[in-house]
Write a protein that binds this ligand. Structure first.
Ligand code: PAF
Length: 279
């Protein structure tokens, strides 16, 4: 495994490696956990060569404080990556990714107006900027993304279609802590007590899945919010039941297609997201 910090070094290393065959790519913002490692393991199983990027992308943070406190630990990340058998870790400085300010504006239409898009203005534009730039640099055949960031995955699929990028997007299951909390780099920022209480998010989502159909859609949305807010450590920002494909609000259980409940919750100062397929 080699660590490279510049686009030039990355391209030099990839020139020889590409000849081996398919190239898998796992973009990350570091502070790696078992969720990321499961993406990397899958990429290693399915490709001859694997690149992992570690870059905390300033353009996707709409809150300067969130960017400042985002966990960073390159040494610990490299220790976790070493045993996976990935080939290259690309950990660039911002000037490598954005030699000039990226002023591109993407329009993802209704995909970006709800949920994360509504509460984190500019976030998905920043994600699209960095992911398209990383794809341009790495030129992967397959790229791996976690289903925890469900709306991000929908945006990236759309980006790939809009720009006709020659990459297959591979969605990967949510990996959870033993207590059910979805793994996230942000979990590192939780105290032990907060981490224990944050498990109540998935506990409630699981109950909601069982209740789907017995309450109408709107009642179930309210029930989830009220139930979670009863926990003094938790404060729901949104819980929305949306169509799995187009992310539009579901009005009734009779609406056709798969439905997913997506949630954002503050646990103290830390914002956590999760989701559950409801049918
Ligand atoms: O999901 C993430 O960690 C980030 O949004 C991504 C895809 C690496 C882009 O910065």
């Amino acid at each position: 495994m080699v660590l490279v910090k510049t686009v030039e070094e990355l391209k030099k290393n990839l020139k020889a490696l590409r000849k081996k065959g398919s190239l898998g790519f796992v973009p990350t913002m570091g502070a790696l956990h078992s969720g990321h490692i499961s993406l990397v393991n899958q990429a290693v199983r399915e490709n001859r060569v694997v690149v992992v990027s570690i870059f905390v992308n300033p353009n996707q943070f709409n809150d300067a404080n969130d960017l400042k406190h985002y966990p960073r630990n390159l040494d610990a990340d490299l220790k976790l990556l070493e045993p996976t058998g990935c080939d290259i870790v690309f950990a660039p400085e911002a000037r490598e990714i954005y030699p000039e300010p990226d002023t591109r504006k993407f329009n993802f239409g209704p995909l970006e107006t709800a949920m994360e898009g509504k509460h984190r203005p500019g976030h998905f534009n920043g994600v699209a900027q960095v992911v398209s730039r990383l794809f341009e640099i790495v030129e992967p055949g397959k790229a791996y993304f976690g289903l925890k960031d469900f709306q991000q995955l929908a945006i990236i699929n759309k980006l790939v279609k809009m720009l006709a990028l020659p990459v297959e997007i591979v969605p990967c299951d949510i990996i959870r802590e033993k207590n059910g909390l979805a793994m996230s780099s942000r979990n590192e920022l939780l105290s032990v007590e907060e981490r224990n209480n944050a498990a109540f998010i998935f506990e409630t989502l699981t109950k909601a899945k069982n209740l789907a159909g017995t309450k109408n859609v709107n009642e179930l949305e309210n029930w989830v919010k009220e139930n979670i807010n009863k926990n003094p450590f938790l404060n729901v920002e949104y819980f929305e039941i949306v169509d799995f494909e187009n992310l539009q609000p579901v009005k009734s259980w009779g609406d056709k297609g798969k439905k997913i409940g997506c949630i954002a919750v503050f646990c103290g100062k830390v914002r956590l997201i999760d989701n559950i397929v409801l049918n």
